[in-house]
Design a protein around this ligand. Structure first.
Ligand SMILES: [Zn+2]
Length: 187
C-alpha cells in the first residue's frame, strides 16, 4: 500500500507541474508579454480547475489515497473533467482566440489537451513518460534562459549564469517584500 502510493507520481500535482513547465517553455519560445502570459496560464493550467470541483466527490468515493492514482477514472462513470477538456471545448476557445497573436488561447488549450491525452495514452508508464517530458521542458527553459543571458550580458559560462540567476531571484524577492516605492521608507 505504501509502496503503491509512493510509486504513483503521475497524479494531479505532478501533472500540473508538468503543465506549468510546458507553459513556461512555450511562453519563453514565443516571447510573451504580460497579457499573453495571463492567457497562457489560464488556458495552459487554469483548465485543470475543473478537477478541483470533481475532487470532493471522487475522494468521498475512493479515499484520499486515490488522489495519487494516475487516472481518476474509478469506473463510476462520473465525469471529473468538464467539457473544456474535450474537443467540443473548441467551440468556447475558438471565439476567444480570435484576435490574439498566434491564436494563443487555442494554442495553449491544445497543448494542454495534448499533454493530458499523452498521459492517458501511456497510463502504465505515465510516471516515466511524464518525468522525461518534465526534464525536457526544464532543460529547454534553462537553455533559453542561458542563451538569452549570454546574448544580453555578452559573457558566457555556467557559473556566471547561475550567479546571475541567483541575483535575479534575490532582487525579485527583495522587490516583492516592499510595499511602497522609493527609498524614503515609512514611519
Ligand atoms: Zn487537464
Amino acid at each position: 500500500m505504501h509502496a503503491h502510493s509512493s510509486l504513483c507520481i503521475g497524479g494531479l500535482s505532478t501533472l500540473s507541474t508538468t503543465h506549468l513547465a510546458a507553459v513556461i517553455l512555450l511562453g519563453l519560445l514565443l516571447d510573451l508579454d504580460w497579457n499573453e502570459w495571463f492567457v497562457a496560464l489560464l488556458f495552459g493550467i487554469g483548465l485543470d480547475i475543473d478537477h478541483l470541483f470533481a475532487a470532493p466527490g471522487y475522494v468521498a468515493r475512493n479515499g484520499w489515497g486515490a488522489i495519487l492514482a494516475p487516472s481518476w477514472d474509478d469506473g463510476s462513470g462520473l465525469a471529473w473533467r468538464s467539457l473544456m477538456h474535450y474537443p467540443v471545448g473548441a467551440f468556447v476557445v475558438m471565439p476567444l482566440a480570435v484576435g490574439w497573436r498566434l491564436m494563443l488561447p487555442l494554442l495553449f488549450w491544445l497543448s494542454h489537451l495534448f499533454m493530458d491525452y499523452l498521459q492517458a495514452a501511456t497510463l502504465a508508464y505515465s510516471a516515466m513518460v511524464e518525468g522525461a517530458f518534465f526534464a525536457m521542458a526544464c532543460s529547454g527553459i534553462f537553455a533559453i534562459g542561458y542563451y538569452r543571458w549570454r546574448a544580453a550580458a555578452g559573457s558566457s559560462g555556467l557559473v556566471p549564469f547561475l550567479v546571475h540567476v541567483k541575483n535575479q531571484l534575490k532582487s525579485l524577492f527583495d522587490g516583492s517584500g516592499r510595499t511602497s516605492r522609493g527609498s524614503a521608507g515609512r514611519t
